[in-house]
Design a protein around this ligand. Structure first.
Ligand SMILES: C[S@@+](CC[C@H](N)C(=O)[O-])C[C@H]1O[C@@H](n2cnc3c(N)ncnc32)[C@H](O)[C@@H]1O
Length: 283
């Protein structure tokens, strides 16, 4: 039993018909009557809304099943199988999480959100990458923030290692994606390892990833945006994309083997980049 505010000495059950029986036997003041009317209107509306939402959900579920969509747990099982298989045969992509000290707490939180999206995209892909979060120190701010902010982060089907990429791999195989690289990425090859810098820099910290590649002696490549796209009338015309946007473009490219398709799907509209005429038919 709950006491409705203002209906002094009148106990009302919020979910039973007793409310009416109780009230019927009492003489209510004008004020009480007004409050009771309001309560009835609100609770009635809420019930109707819940009923509508339930029937909409049932409809959607029926439509999905009739349209041949698999039940959720079956889809999830298949996704996990693909991710497990990718650990054996998938092209390797690393997210290099060495830049914790370059970021504010807010930027770190945004990075964690981007890692979650990356995991989501990889899980949903029919040909996922063999994905690794490297340089992920268990006592570091990135790991701690991800665990705190992302439900199930520790159970992600991703390799999570504390080592840096150069400790893990033959550096001649590494291709580091950097917006400041001199050369464009042309292809994705099975025997190479692709690295995206795990950095969110709201105020752009120019050449950070490029400097790292120069120090260690790694090959750096930038996305071939200007090769396939041109500026439309308006936009930010920024070619520095977020970690998850770059990941999605790589994923789409390896699915389609088409840069026009991958770039048009992944480069945000607000940048103002559109496909060059000669590439429109190929996308
Ligand atoms: C927000 S950017 C960080 C940019 C940062 N100023 C730097 O020096 O890398 C995050 C990461 O996405 C990748 N990235 C972003 N835009 C890119 C582009 N146009 N070409 C290649 N990689 C890009 C890089 O790996 C980069 O480290």
């Amino acid at each position: 039993m709950e006491l409705i505010e203002g209906l002094e000495n009148l106990e009302l059950s919020l979910d039973g018909p007793e409310i009416y029986n109780e009230c019927e036997n009492k003489i209510l003041s004008k004020n009480q009557q007004k409050k009771l009317n309001r309560y009835e209107a609100i609770s009635g509306r809420k019930k109707d809304k819940r009923k509508e939402e339930r029937s909409r959900r049932r409809e959607r579920f029926k439509e999905r099943r009739q349209g041949g969509e698999k039940p959720k747990d079956e889809t999830r099982k298949e996704q996990i199988e693909r991710l497990t298989n990718a650990k054996e045969v998938g092209i390797k992509v690393f997210i290099d999480l060495q830049y914790a000290t370059n970021m504010t707490n807010k930027e770190t939180q945004r990075l964690c959100n981007q890692l979650k999206r990356i995991y989501g995209s990889n899980k949903a892909s029919i040909s996922p990458f063999n994905l690794t979060f490297s340089n992920l120190k268990r006592d570091g701010i990135i790991y701690q923030t991800c665990v705190e902010k992302i439900t199930g982060f520790q159970q992600f089907h991703v390799n999570m290692i504390e080592e840096s990429i150069s400790e893990e791999h033959d550096i001649s195989k590494l291709i580091y994606l950097s917006p400041d690289a001199a050369e464009y990425l042309e292809n994705i090859e099975d025997d190479k390892v692709y690295v995206i810098g795990g950095l969110v820099d709201d105020t752009v910290q120019s050449r950070v990833s490029l400097q790292y590649t120069e120090t260690v002696g790694l090959t750096a490549r930038k996305l071939p945006i200007p090769l396939y796209m041109e500026k439309s009338d308006g936009g930010t015309f920024k070619q520095i994309l977020t970690v998850n946007q770059v990941f999605d473009i790589l994923l789409k490219f390896q699915e389609t083997k088409s840069w026009p398709e991958a770039l048009i799907a992944g480069v945000p509209k607000r940048t103002g980049f559109v496909l060059k005429q000669e590439h429109k038919e190929n996308s």
